[in-house]
Design a protein around this ligand. Sequence first.
Ligand code: C2E
Ligand code: MG
Ligand code: MG
Length: 693
Amino acid sequence: SQMFERSSDAILLLRDGVIEKANPAAVRLFCCKTEERLHGRSLDDFSPLKQPDGVPSAGVSAQRVEEAIRKGNSRYDWHYLDCEGQQFWAEVLMTSISLDHKHLFYVVVRDISERKRTEQSLHLAAQVFENSHDAILLTDHGRRVIAINRAYSAVTGFVPDDILGKPVSAFRSGLEDESFYREVWLSVDNAGHWQGETWARHSDGSLFPAWVNITAIRDSAGQVSNYMGIVSDITERKKTEEQTRHLAEHDFLTDLPNRVLLLDRLSLALAAARRSGEKLAILFLDLDRFKYVNDSLGHSFGDRLLREVSARLVRCVREADTVSRQGGDEFVIILTDIGNAERAAHVAETILRAVEQEYALDEHQLHISTSIGIAMYPADGADIDTLLKHADVAMYHAKQDGRNNCQFFSSEMNARVVERAGIENGLRRAVAEQQFELVFQPEVEIASNTVIGMEALLRWRHPELGLLLPERFIDVAQEAGLMIAIGNWVLQEACRQAQVWHEQGRLLIVSVNLSRAQFTHKGLLDSVGDALAASGLAAGCLELELTENILQDGGPRVTETLAALHKLGVRLSLDDFGTGYSRLGQLKDYPIDQLKIAQVFMNGGTDTTAIRTIIAMARSMHMTVIAEGVETNEQLELLRALGCDRYQGFLADATLSAAVGRVIDPPKVAEAASAPAPGHDPTLPAVPAADGR
Ligand code: C2E
Ligand code: MG
Ligand code: MG
């Protein structure tokens, strides 16, 4: 009775399945205040209707009762609802006692809610551990492996047998040195954790990049009892990162490094060269006339050509060098550790030869060349910007030098570039401020010794530099996009002047030089038409001078443009003839009225054969022929003997300026033409002469 009354375990006495007696601990456990409230009830009355997993719970204790009768006792865990409706877990020990041939049960009920909770959370933790997609490894405080989960085996290939009980240090990648691991463990022990990227070893011996997270686990006394490591295989992530970076740093079309990566590599190369005292070469390449390929064959063709050029460039340099595409048809190459400038020149030469080899794309065989500028470190600059700029300047000079060649940067080049920039700025103002003038050089008919036309030659009266000849500014004007405006002014002014002569009775043809930019510009016909309309000049009195190069580079619309000009009624003259590479067959098809024999055949040592050939050619194509740059009477006599139609040059200028003082009766021009003046004095209209050179 004492034991029953004072036991801290709840004790119930069951008879016929219902509670007959309950001790005070039982009253407390079931929260029913008085023992009476327990009397006459079965244990099932305190069992919730549903088990925690939802299965109806009726009859459970009946089974236990049977078992207790059979075996003498029954032990089980069950959960009950106390009188206040609170659920608790209990460990039940039911002992059967036979008394008076009746079964009594002595039942000890112990609250094990706390233990159940712990068990449950342990179970949960184990589930989480086992089912986690993170590869987890647990060690004891001595860093020996005590557990790994399934994911760990999946990621690393190691199964528990391989690894349990071994020190984690036995599974290092071998790629990090001892100091790395020292740092890691120092951080874990001091800060409680470490995370970072490193290499991990797979059971098959391969290595993979891993993100590792290590946490120290402390016991209730604050001592490190375990370590937990979480390992993620970041191979895929690294690959994507790598791809993203590759895209950001490479040119989409050719897969060469782009400008971003070039600058990066260049700064590294410069730093290395500074340290080692080595030289660097920066090559700036621009393909020659690439725009023509693009325009005539289409962009996708141009793209393929660029890819092929890139491949050739890469083959010309060493592994350590960088070939990058800057966009368009521009490439920059860094040659590291180049030794001397001759070596750089040698590479550039190799590149020139490689690029100019024929390209076979589909049924097209085509050729392209490149111009290369070279700047050397340290001679031509100490920083990236200067070196790139100077390589660009040198490239520009390679272009000026006829393309398909390479040029080293020099300070004189730079001076010219600076001058050029000055010219360009000045030109913009010159257009607005009307600083241009025209001078006229007479064109004389040899047979009649009559001035029959005037060539308009452009001059720029520069506010500081004085009178400038076209060679100083025409190219700059073309590249700066100013040539259309200037050319239009020339057309207007030349036509206006010619009309003034006409009104004075001097029937002269005016010749106007066309630039490449003007010829290819879509507004050319309108410009010519406007100049004629504004001046009132008859179209037949305007002659346009083109060069062979313009015709060749003018693109696919050359024939159309020439036909349209011809239809307008203006005359067409081929300037500087004999210096280009016109194909005769092609010339025949063009509506050209006159060939103008290039000056070199006069002044580069008179080339009789060439002159004779050109005259014969002109005859066969029913064109007139004029010689320019005629300076002496001997030259004129030769031309006369060879049957040349016309001439112009300083000889005519000189006689003209000598004759300017004479009063020439304008109406007599035509008369004079029929009766040539004695000697070689051409009959003169009083017009401003070309400036003497
Ligand atoms: P071009 O059309 O072949 O002009 C002939 C050039 O030779 C002129 O030089 C002229 O002054 C020069 N010259 C004339 N007679 C003689 C001579 O007996 N001996 C020598 N050595 N030279 C002589 P300029 O005026 O400097 O013009 C050079 C070039 O500039 C022209 O060559 C022409 O292609 C271009 N140009 C001139 N004016 C214009 C223009 O208004 N528009 C365009 N687009 N180009 C022009
Ligand atoms: Mg000319
Ligand atoms: Mg000429």
